[in-house]
Write a protein that binds this ligand. Sequence first.
Ligand code: HEC
Ligand code: HEC
Ligand code: HEC
Ligand code: HEC
Length: 182
Amino acid sequence: MKTISMIAVFCFVLVTGIQAQDKVEATFGGVASCKACHLTKKSGAQYKLWKAGPHAKAFETLKTAAAKEVGAKLGVTDPATSDKCLKCHVTAHGVDAKLKGKKFTSEEGVGCESCHGAGSKYKGRKVMKAITAGTTDGATLGLVTPTEKTCAGCHNEENPTHKPFKFEEQVAKIAHPIPAAK
Ligand code: HEC
Ligand code: HEC
Ligand code: HEC
Ligand code: HEC
């Protein structure tokens, strides 16, 4: 009898242990965790394109006189520290600090993971190649293939400087494709 209950307890611990493992949430490593493999021309230089684009300066923008002006109308004195602005101007704002890696910094602005999802589970080279080859489903590892809906998370009416958002045009401005194999 005792052995049976011990086995039952063991199985219970095992099963809940496996479930807990499954539920471990992906963490945000920041652009630093994508840069090395997405830097060269051969890979498509996604990091360089991002760095030269609008999203990389989204946090810096909050320190400008223009931002102070936008903030003043909403009763925000320091945009760079206000939830009202940071929610769209940096990656993973409001996400538990435990889910941000050591190298993560909000100063990156709107980084890769703002659109592609927290990277810890999909950023391994083998995994990334398998996702691109179609043998692994990136979505199960937290990888997001961004759509118009992803953009609308920030490009919406709640944005105090909102301008009409034309997806096709805007997405072309931030394009960073993997070069076609020759
Ligand atoms: C260890 C290297 C490595 C790291 C780190 C890495 N990637 Fe990748 N990634 C790759 C490779 C290799 C591919 C496949 C590219 C190819 O086939 O040319 C890829 C493909 C992708 C794709 C295309 C997936 C698809 O659906 O086809 C996306 C999006 C992507 N990476 C985003 C990221 C982001 C965001 C990060 C950081 C969180 C990151 N990667 C970190 C190596 C890496
Ligand atoms: C996490 C919030 C966030 C998401 C998600 C987001 N953006 Fe942005 N985007 C911004 C912010 C903030 C700026 C302003 C950056 C600045 O000027 O400092 C911006 C600026 C831009 C700009 C330049 C200004 C303009 O409107 O022409 C383009 C283009 C753009 N985003 C395209 C996109 C596209 C396409 C997507 C979806 C694939 C997207 N963004 C998703 C926050 C976001
Ligand atoms: C709902 C998301 C969102 C919120 C909240 C938000 N922004 Fe932005 N912000 C954006 C986007 C997206 C852009 C890109 C340009 C555009 O479409 O207005 C942007 C652009 C800007 C710009 C550049 C203006 C321009 O015309 O290019 C400034 C300055 C700015 N924001 C300041 C602020 C300040 C200050 C706050 C807080 C009071 C704030 N933003 C809150 C999404 C947001
Ligand atoms: C503002 C949102 C946004 C940000 C920020 C962003 N991406 Fe993307 N990314 C996209 C969109 C949209 C696509 C196109 C998805 C599709 O293929 O339909 C894409 C596609 C990709 C692809 C696949 C390209 C292909 O040809 O299949 C890679 C690789 C990638 N991104 C890497 C990165 C890396 C690395 C960063 C950061 C340095 C980054 N992205 C930042 C929105 C974003």
